[in-house]
Design a protein around this ligand. Structure first.
Ligand SMILES: NC(=O)C1=CN([C@@H]2O[C@H](COP(=O)(O)OP(=O)(O)OC[C@H]3O[C@@H](n4cnc5c(N)ncnc54)[C@H](OP(=O)(O)O)[C@@H]3O)[C@@H](O)[C@H]2O)C=CC1
Ligand SMILES: CCCCCCC/C=C/C=O
Length: 329
C-alpha cells in the first residue's frame, strides 16, 4: 500500500495566496488494476496560471492543479515500462495512479546530461509558449525589435533567446538587477529593471528609440498600457499572460487600448499554448536541439521538498525565481 501526499486548495485565494490557503493531506492508494500505472513525482512545476485557473476551475478541497515529471514505479499497462519518466498533469501529488491517458513519455533522445525538470520548463509548456507565441502569434521576422516583460522567467527567457536566434533585436525587463544581469548574459541586447527605472516610458524609448515591432506580453496592467504607445505601425502584441493582475481583488481600470491600436494599426492576440498541442512534438524537438547546441540557455529555481510546494508557488508569484520555478521532491 502506497500513501500519497497531496496539496489541496483549502480556501480560495483572496488577493495574494497565503500558506494557510493550502492543506497537506495523505491518501492511501489502492492496488493497481490491469491497464494502470503507479507513478511517483520527481519534479513538480509551479506556474502563474494556477492562480487564475484555481479561481475559475477549482472548488475548495480540490487537489491543486499542476504538472510533474514522474517516474513509473509499477506498471500493469503494456505501453509503459517501470522506470521510465513521463510528464503528467496530475496536480500537486507525490504519488498517483494513472490509466496512461494524457501521459507524455520523455523523448527517448533525452540526454542523461540534461535535467529531466527541463521537460516542465525550457523544453516543456513554458518553452512551447515562447515558441508558438513568437512564431505563430507575433510572427516575428528577422531584423525586427522584440519587447518581452517578465523576461527572466520561464517563458520570457526563452522568448528573448528565440528572438535572437530569429535575427531580432531583443529588449527585456525584469524585477531585479540580478535578473537584468542574467538577461544580458544570455544575449538580450537591452534590459532594464522595471521596478527601479524612474520612468517606464523613458526606459522603453531609450532601449529602442524607433519603437517595437513585436511585444510578447507576460504581465499586462500598467506596463502594457505604457508599452502599447511604443509599438511601431503594424506592430503585433502577443497577449500571453497578465501576472500583474492575477492577484487583484478589484479589477484594474484602463487606460484603454483602442486609440493606439487604431492609429498604429496594431494586431493584439491572446493565446493559450495548448492550442498547439498537435505540434507539441515539433516544438519540443526544436527547443531540445537549441538547448543541446547551447543556443538556448536555461536556469532553474529549484525548491527542495514536496512540503514546500506552496512556498515555491508564492515565491514565484512574488518574483523570487530566476528562470523556471521547480520543486524537487
Ligand atoms: N498563454 C499561455 O498559454 C501561457 C501563459 N503564461 C503566462 O506567461 C507569464 C509568465 O509565466 P512564467 O514564465 O511561467 O512565469 P515566470 O517564471 O516569469 O514567473 C513569474 C514572474 O512574473 C513576474 N511578476 C510577478 N508579479 C509581477 C507584477 N506585478 N508585475 C510584473 N511582473 C511580475 C516576476 O518576475 P519579476 O521579478 O520580473 O517581476 C516573476 O518571477 C505569466 O503571465 C503566465 O500566466 C505562461 C504559460 C502559458
Ligand atoms: C497541462 C497544463 C496546461 C497548462 C496551460 C497553461 C496555460 C496558461 C495560461 C496562462 O498562464
Amino acid at each position: 500500500m502506497v500513501t500519497a501526499k497531496v496539496w489541496v486548495l483549502k480556501k480560495h485565494f483572496q488577493g495574494f495566496p497565503k500558506p494557510s490557503d493550502f492543506d497537506l493531506k495523505k491518501i492511501e492508494l489502492p492496488s493497481l488494476q490491469d491497464g494502470e500505472l503507479l507513478l511517483e513525482s520527481v519534479f513538480l512545476s509551479v506556474d502563474p496560471y494556477m492562480r487564475p485557473y484555481s479561481q475559475r476551475d477549482m472548488k475548495e478541497g480540490d487537489v491543486m492543479i499542476g504538472t510533474q515529471v514522474a517516474r513509473i514505479v509499477e506498471s500493469k499497462n503494456p505501453a509503459f515500462a517501470a522506470g521510465a519518466f513521463v510528464v503528467a498533469n496530475s496536480g500537486w501529488r507525490s504519488h498517483f495512479i494513472s490509466d496512461g491517458k494524457g501521459l507524455h513519455l520523455l523523448p527517448s533522445s533525452w540526454p542523461e546530461s540534461l535535467p529531466k525538470s527541463l521537460a516542465l520548463g525550457t523544453v516543456g509548456m513554458p518553452g512551447l509558449t515562447a515558441y508558438f507565441g513568437l512564431f505563430e502569434v507575433c510572427k516575428m521576422k528577422p531584423g525586427e525589435t522584440v519587447l518581452v516583460n517578465a523576461a527572466a522567467g520561464a517563458v520570457g527567457s526563452v522568448v528573448g533567446q528565440l528572438a535572437k536566434i530569429g535575427g531580432c533585436k531583443v529588449v527585456g525587463c525584469a524585477g531585479s538587477d540580478d535578473k537584468v544581469a542574467y538577461l544580458k548574459k544570455i544575449g538580450f541586447d537591452e534590459a532594464f529593471n522595471y521596478k527601479t527605472v524612474t520612468s517606464l516610458d523613458e526606459a522603453l524609448s531609450k532601449a529602442s528609440p524607433d519603437g517595437y515591432d513585436c511585444f510578447f506580453d507576460n504581465v499586462g496592467g500598467e506596463f502594457s498600457s505604457i508599452a502599447i504607445n511604443h509599438m511601431k505601425k503594424h506592430g503585433r502584441i502577443a497577449v500571453c499572460g497578465a501576472i500583474s493582475q492575477y492577484n487583484d481583488s478589484v479589477p484594474q481600470k484602463g487606460p484603454y487600448v483602442q486609440i493606439p491600436m487604431i492609429f498604429k494599426e496594431l494586431r493584439m492576440e491572446g493565446f493559450i499554448v495548448t492550442s498547439w498541442n498537435n505540434r507539441r512534438e515539433e516544438g519540443q524537438k526544436a527547443l531540445l536541439k537549441w538547448v543541446l547546441e547551447g543556443k538556448v540557455k536555461f536556469h532553474e529555481q529549484v525548491t527542495e521538498g514536496f512540503e514546500n510546494m506552496p512556498a515555491a508557488f508564492i515565491g514565484m508569484l512574488r518574483g523570487e525565481n530566476l528562470g523556471k520555478a521547480i520543486v524537487k521532491v
